[in-house]
Design a protein around this ligand. Structure first.
Ligand code: NAD
Ligand code: ZN
Ligand code: ZN
Length: 336
């Protein structure tokens, strides 16, 4: 099978032939139909974070495809089912986090495309219980970006507890941000989209943003303060400066949700303002299998729109360069 593999950090991925993996007990083999290119895959390929993947590694955690083979003991899925392969590829199932609905905080988890091989390949194996069913009516090219970008944006809006009429500032209208605009809209937020690319701001308006700020031309903190300040700021831009702006744009009672993970990632916040204004700073990591089922259902009901462009896996390095240059629609999706 063809796979795109990270063999050295910071070097181009190698598109190579690998044997089709065998599903072990409890796993299924998935024939990939589509896989989105998440910015996290780029961080993985660059070795950006303190915990690095072991190499060689096949990235990809927005995989969608058809179950083609069952490992021993699998009862969760049948042959021919359409499933997704998300970042959370496994968790212990018995710790306090797994038991109380916070499985993404499990300290004994598997991460697709990071701690195990992912979906930048014609086939991948995944633990059946962590492969979330893609409902009929949700196309693979939409389901793929929903599997991480949609899920993570949805969860960020959830943990922010947005109330109707609150100002929700979405920093970074990329893969995650373009879906966050829509979820914030669904829960009744007044949405402010912030990006450095004019096309992304136009997209935010198309998807329901009430205001936009071009952070390259205008100081977003001033612009958001003129709108009354943000009750919620969602940080999706891969830029520490943008996190500082997101924090500074909050009004009393505001919540900053940290989602992006820039390589150099220190956020320094003033203690006095945080205390006096009752500010919350929240880290949010992907979402649970239950959250993903909700994301798929909202899409099936026609409540969200995925903006994506198809690419070939052979062009993986050009696709990464395009994401980094900011010259892509919200998401790129490899189609198999
Ligand atoms: P993306 O590249 O698709 O989008 C980033 C957007 O930010 C782009 O539209 C870009 O133009 C914009 N941007 C860049 N600099 C900016 C600035 N200074 N101000 C405002 N906007 C700016 O990336 P993505 O796939 O949406 O991922 C975003 C980040 O979220 C990455 O760091 C990724 O690793 C991380 N991520 C985190 C989780 C999680 O669970 N916490 C899940 C998925 C992705
Ligand atoms: Zn656990
Ligand atoms: Zn992702």
């Amino acid at each position: 099978m063809k796979a795109a593999v990270v063999t050295a950090f910071g070097q181009p991925l190698q598109v190579m032939e690998l044997p089709v993996p065998e599903p072990a007990a409890g796993q299924v083999l998935v024939r990939m139909e589509a896989c989105g290119l998440c910015h996290t895959d780029i961080h993985a390929a660059h070795g950006d974070w303190p915990v690095k993947p072991t190499l060689p590694r096949t990235p990809g955690h927005e995989g969608v495809g058809i179950v083609e083979k069952l490992g021993p003991g699998v009862t969760d899925h049948g042959l021919g089912d359409r499933v997704s392969i998300a970042w959370l590829g496994g968790a212990c199932g018995t710790c306090r986090y797994c038991l109380d609905g916070r499985e993404t905080l499990c300290q004994d988890q598997v991460n697709s495309g990071y701690s195990t091989d992912g979906a930048f390949a014609e086939y991948a194996v995944v633990t059946a219980a962590f492969a979330v069913a893609v409902p009929p009516g949700v196309e693979p090219v939409d389901a793929a970006p929903l599997t991480c970008a949609g899920l993570t944006a949805y969860k960020a809006v959830k943990v922010a507890h947005v109330q109707p009429g609150e100002n929700v500032a979405v920093f970074g209208i990329g893969g995650l941000g373009h879906l966050a605009v829509q979820y914030a809209h669904i829960v009744g937020g007044t949405v402010i989209g912030i990006d450095v690319e004019p096309e992304k701001l136009a997209l935010a308006v198309e998807l329901g943003a009430h205001h936009t700020v071009d952070a390259r031309a205008t100081d977003p903190v001033e612009a958001i303060r003129r709108l009354g300040g943000a009750d919620v700021a969602l940080a999706f831009a891969v830029s520490p400066r943008s996190f500082e702006q997101a924090f500074a744009s909050l009004r009393p009672g505001g919540r900053l949700v940290c989602v992006a993970m820039p390589a150099d990632g220190d956020l320094s916040i003033p203690i006095f303002d945080t205390v006096i204004k009752g500010i919350s700073v929240i880290g949010s990591i992907v979402g649970t299998r239950g959250d993903l089922a909700e994301v798929f259902e909202l899409h099936r009901l026609g409540r969200t729109k995925v903006v994506a462009e198809g690419r070939k896996l052979d062009d993986v390095n050009a696709a990464i360069a395009d994401v980094l240059s900011g010259s892509v629609p919200a998401r790129l999706v490899f189609e198999f």
